[in-house]
Ligand binder design. Sequence first.
Ligand SMILES: [Zn+2]
Length: 347
Amino acid sequence: MRATVIHGPNDIRIEDVPDARIQQPTDAVVRVVNACICGSDLWAYRGVASREAGQRIGHEFLGVVEEVGPQVRGFKAGDFVVAPFVWSDGTCDFCREGLQTSCPHGGFWGQVGSDGGQGEAVRVPFADGTLVQLPKEAAGDEKLLPGLLSLSDVMATGHHAAVSAGVTPGSTVAVVGDGAVGLCGVLAAHRLGAGRIIALGRHQVRTDIARKFGATDVVAERGEDAIEKVKELTGGQGAHAVLEAVGTEESMRTAISIARDGGAVGYVGVPHGGSAGVDIGQMFGRNVQLRGGVAPARAYIPELLPDVLSGKIDPGLVFDRTVDLDGVPEGYRAMDNRSALKVRISF
Ligand SMILES: [Zn+2]
């Protein structure tokens, strides 16, 4: 089979790799229908996050089950499924509490020795704990596929930011980051009933999507000017809930500064700027809380899925380009130079 492999910074290749196959009785093999490139893949692409030469990459996919191991109970060949961006056993204390990302038997697609999502097929460990069943007829529905694919990561992660920040009906929300996760955070906040949603971003293609997703205000300023602008829009108080979807020192500083006293920041941007943006003294004096982290997508998919299927939300709008497997290296380039927001891979 063929799959995407990373050899070093700016070096993404499509190569022949060993076929995905059942290795454990709890495994399934999934033939990938759609996958995508994540903003977090770019950290590896840019050489900021290190990878072994020849490592697989990609952690978002949906597909059709091709084969299951003898101990798999919930899935059979032909089922259409979505995979969250980590696998998990579904039975341990953390999995039962909805924090599948802390499963001691869990792992991340593309980690050394595992298949990545950006390939023709994937060996899925702990299929019963990991995969979520989708309606079979959706497999051929081009209109529905992007939204279903977003459940793998970006929509679930945006939702995690909103839940962590404590978005409640009527609350004022601010979202730092105009990437796919930030935009999904806007959509998640809207879905949870936020009264006002201020999206921070300066690229019109992105802020247009933010408005479609429910943003009531857009702030194009950055740094201190952005902080001032959000304060101005909120009567000097700031937002009840702030969603941080970037992961840099500056974005964290902005997020904490625009939180209202007693408010909370839900952070889901993979931290790449150290902790200098977290001013604990300011947070103490103003009772600002900080929650979040890596999103347990597996816990959220069952809640979000019906709204995607019914068309109540369409997070698939974050995909603005579709490539085939051979187009993946170009897809990375396009996301790296920000000419594409999020690239879908159709097999
Ligand atoms: Zn577990």
